[in-house]
Design a binder for this molecule. Structure first.
Ligand SMILES: CC(C)(COP(=O)(O)OP(=O)(O)OC[C@H]1O[C@@H](n2cnc3c(N)ncnc32)[C@H](O)[C@@H]1OP(=O)(O)O)[C@@H](O)C(=O)NCCC(=O)NCCS
Length: 144
């Protein structure tokens, strides 16, 4: 496989959701068994959505939400296990960061369980002090 032949695309309409589901099931432990209809909502409401293709095979994906100026968050960065450590993850994130929705944003967040070293190489720093989260289970609890 020639890395140079991998094609990057930032048009969400070009993402085949069944191929995305298969990629996530194979290579993204946090996104197993996501439903097609939910993926459709997430992809439709994200910008940019970046995908990497080896001919017709989806081999990488990343998406973000941004207010265009102050804050943005990157989600679901994944490279097919068989294509990792070839520079595709770096190119995916760089393509997300270069998109007009992201390029002038003051601060960009993401969460990662194991890939701190990868993101540090791209300029991200660990941020222990400011991150909080509300999971749906807790949300239901506080309204009971
Ligand atoms: C994390 C992930 C996206 C990296 O993609 P990749 O294509 O393998 O990474 P790249 O080849 O572009 O690597 C870029 C740099 O990070 C380094 N790197 C990549 N993975 C690394 C790891 N696990 N630990 C340390 N360094 C790593 C590479 O050596 C390279 O370093 P260099 O620029 O100094 O040469 C990919 O491993 C993946 O999809 N993992 C499973 C899903 C996941 O955990 N995603 C992150 C969720 S937030």
């Amino acid at each position: 496989m020639e890395v140079q032949s991998i094609r990057f695309c930032d048009r969400s309409a070009n993402v085949d959701l069944y191929k995305l589901q298969a990629l996530l099931n194979k290579s993204a432990f946090w996104a197993i068994d996501r439903r097609i209809e939910d993926l459709r909502i997430a992809v439709d409401r994200s910008e940019p959505v970046v995908s990497a293709w080896d001919e017709e095979k989806l081999v990488g994906f990343a998406r973000a939400n941004s207010d265009g100026v102050y804050r943005a968050t990157i989600f679901d960065v994944v490279v097919d296990c068989d294509y990792q450590r070839l520079g595709l993850g770096r190119k995916l994130v760089e393509t997300v960061l270069a998109h007009p929705c992201m390029s002038r944003v003051e601060r960009i967040y993401l969460t990662t369980t194991h890939q701190q070293s990868f993101y540090e190489r791209l300029g991200f720093v660990t941020n222990d002090s400011t991150t909080m989260r509300l999971d749906v289970a807790n949300r239901l609890k506080i309204h009971q």
